[in-house]
Design a protein around this ligand. Structure first.
Ligand code: FAD
Length: 385
């Protein structure tokens, strides 16, 4: 196989499949290449939270200046959340998108102090979050015990089904004419003047535009292009319980610890929050029982009724980060027509807009926002554009 396309997309996660969809929908001839099956990495292993607030752990660790510099990335998430609303209708599949809001609950006055400052910053970015007192919280969330003295309510947050989103984007892209090849690892990306060559298992393909949305393999692609991408990869765990009667409507976080907690459309409870996995003697990532215990006991401190609920599955996935928590989104410096896309930590939430933006860039359309804070060259000052 040596064929020519308008656009080659590398990576069959939520970002790559969304890119393939939006580009195909605009009439481009697209080739999508995935080394495994679609949605097998982070995009198929995440907890399905739709985030729209500054995450409290980096806020506490990195401080106000970091958070202010991160606001363009928050705005990006908020705009992606708006895209999620219409996505089930757009793709013709119920992606189980529910946006009832997120609650960051607090049990100490000190937590409410910094939540207030965080909310003020979010409001600056146009996110309509606000602080609730204990009584208001309990009126909204009957499960909240008296121990909780207040919360942040971020009304734009919610949840969706990660097992459906990526594969549906890919299926619709294929119906629009995209070639979707799984089990096809890209072995080399050779950028050229006007046309780029992609070598992969079983063949090569050429296109004037290439989008790389390869998750934890992004640094390797960066090396091929001479662009330093200090993207981190950390294995984290998530858990799901058996189905239970309706318990929580919101996406719940806890200001005193690491937790995300929500109920899926089917009634299962998804318990996560970024607890680390560990490596076994052979170096493979495996479940860390200490993380599991800590994650579940944090959840049970808010929801004692979990004591009677069975856990049915715990899994490990690789989450990707960047040092400044901002996405990598834009053209590779020195290689016109090659675009790089990775939204760290919360890339499931960002994926519809990441895909639409990458497709717009690849097709020469206006991405509709200033992408300077996300420039892929920002980690190599000599290349920064
Ligand atoms: C346990 C866990 C929970 C999470 N929870 C949430 C959450 O609740 N909400 C949220 O917003 N985000 C969450 N995330 C983060 C989110 O899942 C990721 O940010 C997002 O899925 C990244 O999507 P992606 O398409 O960029 O990358 P990926 O899903 O990693 O896809 C990249 C794809 O590229 C392919 N690839 C790599 N190299 C090659 C190559 N050489 N040739 C061909 N293909 C290649 C890979 O096989 C992979 O399929 C979580 C992550 C984890 C691990």
């Amino acid at each position: 196989m040596d064929a020519a396309y308008d656009l080659i997309v590398v990576g069959g996660g939520a970002t790559g499949t969304a890119t393939a969809y939006w580009a195909s929908r605009a009439g481009a001839r697209v080739l999508l290449l995935e080394r495994h099956q679609l949605n097998t990495e982070a995009s198929g292993r995440n907890a399905g939270s739709l985030h729209g607030q500054i995450q409290h752990e980096p806020y506490r660790e990195l401080g106000e200046d970091w958070a202010r510099a991160w606001l363009p990335a928050l705005r990006f998430l908020a705009d992606s959340l708006e895209l999620w609303d219409g996505l089930s209708a757009e793709l013709g599949v119920d992606l189980e998108v529910r946006r009832k809001g997120g609650l960051l609950v607090a049990d100490a006055p000190e937590q409410l102090d910094w939540i207030e400052r965080k909310v003020a910053l979010e409001n600056e970015a146009g996110v309509p979050s606000r602080v609730l007192g204990g009584r208001e919280l309990r009126a909204l969330a009957p499960w909240a015990t008296d121990r909780l003295i207040g919360a942040e309510l971020c009304p734009i947050e919610g949840k969706a089904n990660p097992l459906l989103a990526g594969p549906t984007f890919a299926r619709r892209a294929a119906e629009l004419g995209a070639q979707v090849r799984t089990g096809t690892a890209v072995e080399a990306l050779e950028p050229g003047a006007g046309e780029h060559l992609v070598r992969f298992t079983g063949g090569t393909a050429r296109a004037p535009r290439v989008v790389v949305a390869a998750g934890d393999a992004m640094p390797w692609f960066g090396e091929q292009l001479g662009v330093h991408l200090p993207i981190t990869s950390e294995a984290i765990q998530a858990n799901v319980t058996e189905r239970v009667a309706p318990l929580v409507e919101h996406l719940v976080y806890y200001a005193g610890g690491r937790l995300t907690f929500k109920q899926s459309a089917s009634g299962t409870l998804l318990i996560g929050g970024g607890w680390p996995a560990r490596r076994d003697a052979q170096g493979a990532w495996v479940l860390d029982p200490d993380s599991l215990r800590a994650n579940l006991s944090t959840a049970m401190s808010l929801f004692p009724q979990l004591a009677d609920v069975r856990l049915v599955r715990t899994w490990v996935g690789i989450g990707n980060g960047t040092p400044d928590h901002r996405p990598v989104l834009g053209e590779a410096p020195g290689h016109p027509g090659v675009f790089l896309g990775l939204y760290p930590y919360m890339g499931f939430t960002a994926s519809p807009l990441m895909g639409r933006t990458l497709a717009a860039l690849a097709l020469g359309d206006d991405p509709g926002r200033d992408l300077t804070p996300f420039a892929p060259g920002r980690f190599s000052p000599a290349l920064a554009s």
